[in-house]
Design a protein around this ligand. Structure first.
Ligand code: IPM
Ligand code: MN
Length: 356
């Protein structure tokens, strides 16, 4: 019989609550013969306060042996900014070589969008996950003085860019519209920007069926709002991808719906699935958090592990649940109808739908 050996990192704030719902839906959708084993890891703000540790080597080693990781959210106002983000979340992405940060955006029925005329939105951002300004390269001279100089160096390697560009082309080639847009800023960031463009153009020759496009990131933000239907697959660097995917979430029903996968396509390391939203400490424990983003991340997890039919069932359950919601309420506390149902009730409804 088959098995799914899952690492669970609930993390901070609403992470705990939404992960519980993700697991509920996962157990409900998995076929009888797939044995689900989970191990929970106590990582995040509480652990740091207690022991000063963010991600000890022993736990990193243990995490490595799971089929996948489900993560809730990391970050708390009581911890200095960057400690958990760098020491835990980014450490996992880097250690497990999650070079594809996959962030689909779809405008589901009956969801709130600030865009006029409800355009068709169905695109996926392939955000580079291991390089760019996220590597921690840089430093500060004469710190705290008026003469301080601080640098954050964006690291872009041909190896790192080519592998993520290849992944994006393959994804675009497998979708009906077969369109790939490179987003960068090569009119200003001429070193990295031109390398990205050169590599993109070279790989494009191997995918004659894929239509290609290039946009500067500032122009891309305009088109996300005025013409989102022009996008199919987007490939971009780590920081641009971070910013663009929050915008994408905002125009497709809110951050309460945005799912992501930190993928290691080679399978050498476990991939990690997490909602795009953060720990939302302001609503933690109130039952107001929308678990849908986590549930959709579970769908990405299922697809990554080869359970395509189950992934589709989860996505259809979410679409049906959203369509059935009465009112819309955009914002981090829930994408739609949040005032009517709690975190737990939405999870229950989704679990019923996937099982039925
Ligand atoms: C995200 C988050 C992270 C990022 C932070 C918490 C480090 O914003 O997953 O988008 O910048 O990647
Ligand atoms: Mn982000």
């Amino acid at each position: 019989s088959r098995s799914l050996n899952l690492a669970v990192i609930p993390g901070d704030g609403i992470g705990q609550e939404v992960v519980a719902q993700g697991l509920k839906v996962l157990s409900a959708v998995l076929p009888q013969d797939v044995k689900l084993e989970t191990r929970e890891y106590d990582l995040g703000a509480k652990r740091w306060h207690r022991t000063g540790e963010t991600l000890p080597e022993a736990e990193l080693d243990a995490l490595r042996h799971h089929d996948a990781i489900l993560l809730g959210a990391i970050g708390d106002p009581s911890v200095p900014a960057g400690v958990l983000e760098r020491g835990l979340l980014l450490k996992l992405r880097f250690a497990f070589d999650h070079y594809v940060n996959l962030r689909p955006s779809k405008l589901f029925p009956n969801t709130a969008t600030p865009l006029a005329g409800r355009p068709e939105i169905d695109f996926v951002v392939v955000r580079e996950g291991t390089e760019g300004p996220y590597t921690g390269n840089g430093g500060s001279l004469r710190t705290g003085t008026p003469a301080e100089v601080a640098t954050e160096v964006s690291v872009n390697t041909a190896y790192g860019v080519e592998r993520v560009v290849r992944d994006a082309f393959a994804r675009a080639d497998a979708r009906p519209r077969r369109k790939l847009t490179l987003v960068h800023k090569n009119n200003v960031l001429v070193h990295a920007g031109h390398m990205w463009k050169r590599i993109f153009d070279k790989v494009a020759e191997e995918y004659p069926a894929v239509t290609t496009d290039y946009l500067h990131v500032d122009a891309a933000t305009i088109f996300f709002v005025t013409q989102p239907e022009r996008f199919d697959v987007i490939v971009t660097d780590n920081l641009f991808g971070d910013i663009l995917t929050d915008l994408a979430a905002a125009v497709t029903g809110g951050i309460g719906l945005a799912a992501s996968g930190n993928i290691n396509p080679t399978g050498e390391f476990p991939s990690m699935f997490e909602p795009v939203h953060g720990s939302a400490p302001d609503i933690a424990g109130t039952g107001k958090a929308d678990p849908t983003a986590t549930v959709l991340s579970v769908a990405l997890l299922l697809r990554h592990l080869g359970h395509e039919a189950e992934a589709v069932r989860v996505e259809e359950a979410v679409a049906a649940d959203l369509a059935a919601r009465g009112e819309s309420r955009p914002g981090p506390e829930g994408s739609a109808g949040g005032s009517l149902r709690t975190t737990d009730e939405i999870g229950d409804a989704l679990a019923v739908r996937v099982a039925g």
